[in-house]
Design a protein around this ligand. Sequence first.
Ligand SMILES: [Zn+2]
Length: 482
Amino acid sequence: MSWEAVIGLETHVELSTRSKMFCGCPARFDAPPNTNVCPVCLGLPGALPVPNREAINRIIRIGLALNCSVTGRSVFHRKNYFYADLPKNYQISQFDLPVCVDGYLDVGGDHPGRVGIERVHQEEDTGKSTHMGGDGRISAAEYSLLDFNRSGVPLVEIVTRPDIRSAAQARAYAQELRLLVEALGVSDARLEEGSIRFDANVSVRPGPEAPLGTKVEIKNMNSFRSLERAVAFEIGRQTACLDGGERIVMETRHWDEEAGVTRGGRTKEGSSDYRYFPDPDLVPLELDQDWKDEMAALLPELPARRRSRYEGMGIDPAQAATLAGADVHLRGLFEGAVEAGARPQQAGNWVSGEVVAALRSSGRESLADSPLSGPNLARLLAMVEDSTLSGLAAREVLAGVLAGEGTPEEVASARDLLQISDAGVLEAAVEEVTADHTEEFARLCSGEQKLIGFFVGQVMRRTRGKADPKLAGRLIRERAGL
Ligand SMILES: [Zn+2]
C-alpha cells in the first residue's frame, strides 16, 4: 500500500529586540545565569506585564511578508501549564485572536509548492533548565539548574497548514522561512543558537482524497538536517505501523539525533488541557491601518523577489539562489559590480566563488569595510575579459585589492601580473621555444596539431604565466604555417 505523508510545521522564532516581551530586561541570554531578570519575568506576585511595541512591529512585518492578514484586534491569553522553568505557571501566548492569520509561503527549488500559513502569534519564551549528572535528560539527572535570562524573551510562532508532503519539502520550507526572517532583520536567525526551532506534525493517509490520519507531534528540532531526518523517520515509522495492522497513537515524540529515531513521550495535550483564558493584566492590541501601513513600508526586498530579479538579469537559477542568500555585503558587491558594467553571470560567479575563497584565506569574516568595491570588481573582470589579466593572475590581484594594496590596475602592475598581449613580445618567446624544441616543432609543422598545447605551455612557462594563451596559440600556428 502506498501512503501519502501530511506535514504541518510550527516554527518558533526568537526576536532580537533589545528588551524582553513584557518587561525592560535585556533580551540577551548569553549573560551569566539569572542576571537579566526582574519581578515580571520571574513571575513574582503582583508584577504587571507591558507589551514590547518593537516586538509587535516585528510580528506585523513577519505576517505581512508571509502574505497574512493582520487582524485589527488581537488578544493575549494565558496558556496554563507547570514546568520548573516557567515561574508564573503559565506562558503568555495567543489563542483565538493571533496578530496574523491566513497567509502563505511559496517554496521553490526541487520541492515546489505553496505552504499555507494558518496563523502567526506572539508569545514569550520560558527559562532554561539544565539537568546535571547523567546524560543531560531529566530522567537521569541528580539535580537541575534554572536560568531565567531567557524567560520572557519575545517569541513568534508561525503555524502552517498541513500542506507539506515530504521531509525534503519540510526542509525546503524551513530554509525559505529562515531566509525570510533573516531578510526582515527581526531575529538573529541562527539555528545553532536556538533562535529558530521547529516542531513538526506528521501523519500519513492512503491517498490525497482520504481523510487525515492520526497525527504525531515531533518536538524541538533545531537544524534543517534534523528536521528532515526526523520527519522522514516518522513517515517511515507510521507507514510500517499501519502496514503491520497497528494504529497510530496521538502523542508527542522526541527526536533522538544520535540514534536517528523518534521516541514516544507523553500523550499529546489538546488545547483544552491548557485552560487558555484572556490575560486580565493585558488589554487587547488594537492594530490600526496606519500601524500596518507603517510596517508595510519597512519591508525589505524579500528572498523570493530577489531571486527572480537576479534571474531576470540572466543568471541561472542555482546561482541566483546562492547570491540571493548571500550576506548583505556580498550582494552589495555583486550589485555594485553589475551597476559598474560587469556581466551579471560573470560577476555572480566571482562573488560566490573567488571572492568568498579570497575572503576565507584573508582571514576576514565579511566584506564589511573592505576596500573591494563593486567598481573595483567590475574593473578586475574587465581586465580578464580584454586579456589584460589571466584568470590565475586575476585571483592574485583580487587578494591584493582585498589586502588594501590599491585598485586592480595598481595591484596588477605592482605585482607584475599584467598579461603579455603584445604580439612583438610574445613573438620573441615563441621563437625561443620553437628553437629549443626543434623536433617537436617539425612534427607540429607536419600537422601534429596536438603539439600546439605543448608549445603554448612552454610559452606560458617562459613568460611566468603572463602570456595571453590565445594569442600565443595563434602565433605558434602562424609560425608552423598551419
Ligand atoms: Zn524582566
